[in-house]
Design a protein around this ligand. Structure first.
Ligand SMILES: CC(C)(COP(=O)(O)OP(=O)(O)OC[C@H]1O[C@@H](n2cnc3c(N)ncnc32)[C@H](O)[C@@H]1OP(=O)(O)O)[C@@H](O)C(=O)NCCC(=O)NCCS
Length: 196
């Protein structure tokens, strides 16, 4: 089984654990109020109770076991602070070898280059360790920060997926950006099995 974690000089990305409650609670407490429509909602005191974290943890576990979404929590190594999350979702094997990549950094840490550092490491993990061939980022068309980040990492615009996501009471289109192993000079020709 491949180890489901990866790191950079400053950050460790790994699956959530029961002992992460304090870091999770603190991250939500110190984040700013919601900054834009793509940002996380700030949680209330009641939503930060241990039971809420256990429920969240259970959900991430179910996602992992069903191999639908792998939630990689982003921890700053020096401080142990929880900084955000990177998700690898819909990992398809056989002759497809693709996954959907998404990311979120707590808003009090935006614009420090953290997102780029963390997502760059996720890309290397996906292509080099998991031997995937294709990563997709599905982004709301007006999410400038996310599009900027994807483009800065070499993701290429492919088109629009119509009516792809429901939120705020209606269906929204997504813009699709993709990155191939070859775009990073990696030749992943031999499929391998992803074990969570
Ligand atoms: C998208 C997000 C992860 C970026 O994180 P970040 O740590 O602030 O990003 P970085 O500081 O590493 O910036 C990397 C690049 O992203 C782009 N970028 C970041 N914020 C941007 C903004 N507000 N507008 C335009 N481009 C932006 C820039 O190209 C930037 O490179 P540059 O600073 O050299 O110009 C963060 O804004 C976030 O979590 N947003 C809310 C959740 C979200 O939208 N997730 C994506 C869902 S698809």
């Amino acid at each position: 089984m491949k180890k489901l974690q990866f790191e950079t000089r400053r950050f460790l990305m790994r699956l959530y654990r029961p002992g992460d409650y304090a870091a999770w609670k603190r991250a939500h407490e110190v984040m700013f109020a919601k900054q834009n429509e793509f940002d996380l909602e700030k949680k209330t005191v009641a939503e930060l109770k241990p039971a809420a974290f256990r429920k969240f943890l259970g959900q991430t576990e179910r996602h992992r076991k069903s191999q639908v979404i792998f939630h990689f929590a982003v921890f700053e190594k020096k401080t142990g602070r929880l900084m955000g999350v990177v998700l690898l979702a819909l990992v398809l094997r056989f002759n497809v070898q693709s996954a959907r990549l998404s990311y979120s950094i707590f808003n009090n840490y935006w614009k420090h280059g953290y997102g780029k550092e963390v997502v760059e490491a996720a890309i290397a993990f996906a292509f080099k360790k998991l031997k995937l061939h294709r990563l997709e980022a599905e982004i709301l068309p007006n999410n400038r920060a996310s599009i900027g980040l994807a483009k800065s990492l070499g993701f290429v615009y492919e088109g629009i997926r119509r009516g792809a996501v429901y939120f705020n009471g209606r269906w929204h289109d997504h813009v699709i950006y993709s990155l191939l192993a070859e775009d990073r000079g990696i030749k992943n020709t031999k499929p391998s099995v992803f074990q969570g």
